[in-house]
Design a protein around this ligand. Sequence first.
Ligand code: GRG
Length: 349
Amino acid sequence: MARVLAFAVSAAALVAPPTQQTRRPVTARAVVSEPIPSSVSSKDTLVAAAEAFDLQGYFAKKVQAVEKALDASIQCTTPETKKIVESMRYSLLAGGKRVRPVMTIAACEMFGGSEATAMPTAVAIEMIHTMSLIHDDLPAMDDDDLRRGSPTNHVVFGDDVAILAGDALLSTSFEHCADGSTKAGVEPKVIVECIRRLGEAVGAVGLAGGQVMDLECEAKQGVTLDELTWIHTHKTAKLLEVSVATGALLGGANPRDVKQCETFANDIGIAFQVADDILDVTATSEALGKTAGKDLDADKTTYPKLMGLDGARAEAERLYQEAIDSVVPYGEAAIPLIAIAKYIVERKS
Ligand code: GRG
């Protein structure tokens, strides 16, 4: 994990003197069910604190807990399931950045909830993300043979098993969210709402719809910025949105706070894709752990293609600023989410 984040947290941020915020533990409960104060801390103070925040240490700890929960979530219990479980575990435990589950936990903790409460949903979201990567890499979709630095699932297990492993990860995600959250003592109505949101995020107004529109636009000339943004709002941002929104819900946030979190995550989700498009043209396959330059080769419509590289960088920064405006009202409890947002925009892989 250190390798993953070492580049992301700037040297300046790591050596910055601790501020008032960073000396205090980030466990303060955010304002829940009360009016959002206009300025708990000024934006500048919070951003400075987020820059000084030990994101690398925070991520290392959270990712360790997430990896343990992912490992425990899918086990082979009978010899007949050996192959499908092997295929599911191959991709699920292939060492992604785990940005989404860490954001679920960070949002839950921002409202005073615990890591244990958020974990089953965090794991479910990583299962959904992993299934989307398996299906995205299939010959009928992006036809890629490298993912997370390893051969893609269908290269190792064949298209048939890869499709079924994706399907099994998707259905297991709902089962895991329901089962694990019940065991963690989450209120049934909150569990149902989390599962409803997960379902929506995967369907026609989520990943699947975004992917279909993406496929349609691949064959089309003159894709507009609005169309590109629709694709990525659904294909990429929706899963980040549900990660943060379910985390907030599990932490006890009221509907208005959940909405604020959605706005934050949606902006960061688009910024995530803008950064991804920039990396496709600026990073190596080795650094990315997947094939670089694919969008360029396929003449895909991307943010750099529509806005230029500098324009795309400015757009990522604009979205980041807009995103953090949505969580500034939560004061120092928002520091981990702000630091993660900064990492997403500045990441190098
Ligand atoms: C949802 C039924 C159903 C099918 C899937 C294939 C598909 C439909 C959707 C594509 C979704 C997709 C692959 C979006 C791209 C999102 C994205 C930028 C992924 C990279 O995420 P990282 O960088 O990856 O967090 P790691 O490997 O670090 O987890």
